[in-house]
Design a protein around this ligand. Structure first.
Ligand SMILES: [Zn+2]
Ligand SMILES: [Zn+2]
Length: 352
């Protein structure tokens, strides 16, 4: 097999040839036909997380180079371990990458994405930036049927992340304003999922007129340009009242600062973006307002199954993506890093 690995932080990925792994026990080897490129790949490549009050390097949390990134993986089963009975060679599957230890209470209640000992693919286990990936159990594989495989690959992270955040916003009356902050890839996924849920009052906030225009095309009902210092007022005016639900796909110091005062009593901010930052929260207003700040990271295996089901029922509009050959991975990483990408980049196995 071949893969593209990060040997040193912020250095170009190097192509490596090695033996294709043989699956043992319940393992499944998937030949990767598509792998989406995510902002987290750029962060891991750089090797530093911005935690708001400090920076944390990936070495300090025990991640060792070389790393094979890539967690939006779709492909066909190429080998199965002796204990595997429910998939066979040639089956096309989407891979759930947010693997936990499988044994703790968090994992046993179906929230492997929150496991303290989590070993996600493309982070603590080799991911999809290569020809093959080892999946420890077939339960992490989801049949995507006739869905566009490049688009379906993106469901494993960007789609799932948006879906899990939207689920936390439910139930909501269709005509109640739900504010979506950020109209990048995640925000657009959020809009199409809200639409699929039948939501009819989506207010999108972004610093870019261009992105707001794209958001309207994707189904946003109202928009707020988040420049200037009266953004809170503009949000409340556009929504018609203080809001109960804000989903923040940017989640930096600025967006948190203008979102918090826009909350109605009982309101909540679902914090999803990983741009880093912090806010000071008035504790009295939290209690008196019955407010919640809810963090949301990726999603559960069941949520990914539900999202794929929603897509199979034809409910989900496509988000824009661009398929590029795997061999141009370094160029694709560079473009994503510079922000020169509309929607998602999906690496694709070259057609022979
Ligand atoms: Zn991701
Ligand atoms: Zn666990």
């Amino acid at each position: 097999m071949r893969s593209w690995k990060v040997f040193e932080a912020s250095e170009v990925l190097r192509q490596v040839k090695e033996a294709t792994p043989e699956p043992a026990g319940s393992e499944v080897v998937v030949s990767v036909s598509h792998c989406g490129l995510c902002h987290s790949d750029i962060t891991l490549w750089k090797g530093v997380f911005d935690m708001g009050d400090k920076k944390v390097t990936i070495d300090s949390i025990g991640m060792k180079h070389p790393i094979t990134l890539g967690h939006e993986i779709l492909g066909t089963v190429s080998a199965v371990g002796p204990d595997v009975t429910d998939v066979k060679i040639g089956d096309r599957r989407l891979v759930y990458p947010w693997l936990g230890c499988g044994e703790c209470d968090t994992c046993r209640t179906g929230r492997e994405n929150l496991c303290m000992q989590g070993r996600p693919l493309g982070m603590r286990r080799p991911g999809g930036f290569g020809s093959h990936v080892v999946v420890p159990h077939s339960r992490y594989l989801i049949d995507t049927g006739d869905l566009d495989p490049a688009l379906a690959a993106t469901y494993a992270c960007s789609g799932l992340t948006a879906y899990s955040a939207i689920r936390k916003a439910m139930p909501a009356s269709p005509d109640e304003a739900i504010v979506v902050v950020g109209a990048g890839g995640l925000g657009l996924s959020g809009i199409v999922i809200l639409k699929a849920f039948g939501h009819e009052n989506i207010v999108v906030v972004d610093v870019s007129e261009d992105k707001l225009e794209t958001a309207v095309k994707a189904g946003a009902h109202k928009t707020v340009l988040s420049t200037g210092d009266d953004v809170t007022k503009k949000i409340v005016e556009t929504a018609g009242r203080p809001v109960r639900t804000i989903i923040d796909f940017v989640n930096n110091s600025q967006t948190a600062a203008f979102s918090f005062p826009a909350l109605a009593r009982g309101g909540r901010i679902i914090m999803v973006g990983m741009f880093g930052g912090q806010i000071t929260v008035p504790t009295m207003r939290m209690a008196q307002g019955g407010l919640s700040l809810i963090g949301s990271i990726t999603g559960t295996l069941q949520e990914l199954r539900d999202l794929v089901e929603l897509a199979k029922r034809g409910k989900l509009d496509a988000i824009p993506y661009e398929a590029v050959p795997k061999t141009s991975i370094n160029d694709a990483m560079d473009r994503l890093r510079r922000g020169a990408v509309k929607g998602r980049i999906v690496l694709q196995e070259e057609i022979a």
